[in-house]
Design a protein. Sequence first.
Length: 164
Amino acid sequence: MDWALTLEPIAKKVYMIHRRPQFRAQEHSVHLLQESSVEIMTPFVPVSVNGNEEFLTSVTLQEARKDNTMELEIDDFLINYGFSSSIGGMKKWGFEVEGNAIVVNSKMETTIPGVYAIGDIGTYSGKVKLIATGFGEAPVAVNNAMVYINPDTRVQPMHSTSLF
């Protein structure tokens, strides 16, 4: 979505192809996209990119969960898969799992001693999945991991302002 909005003022034509009729993005960005000249094509998925060794000529789109296809003439094609979180084989490692995330406590500890999870892979009650949340979880996990490794370590480290 951000790329479509960024390219809109400089490209002759921009298409936004998305597999679902609705977007999971910031409300303001969705509004900007809807008000722009970007042609929104939903629910479609690209199934082939056509051309020769030097140039793209078109992309074949298939309507999601249907058989009908259409060909769209293009000069360039920017793919952004967005975000799809998956813990894959880690589901078999013995973690308590909720959806595609590993359950952690307030120390960012998983159910496996000495293993911590932060960011989108870690979850707990009330979790808000934002990058800023992950930034805050990192020092919590690191400090608690230090205590796990060395029980004499303090969970709350000294602040740099208290060193002088």
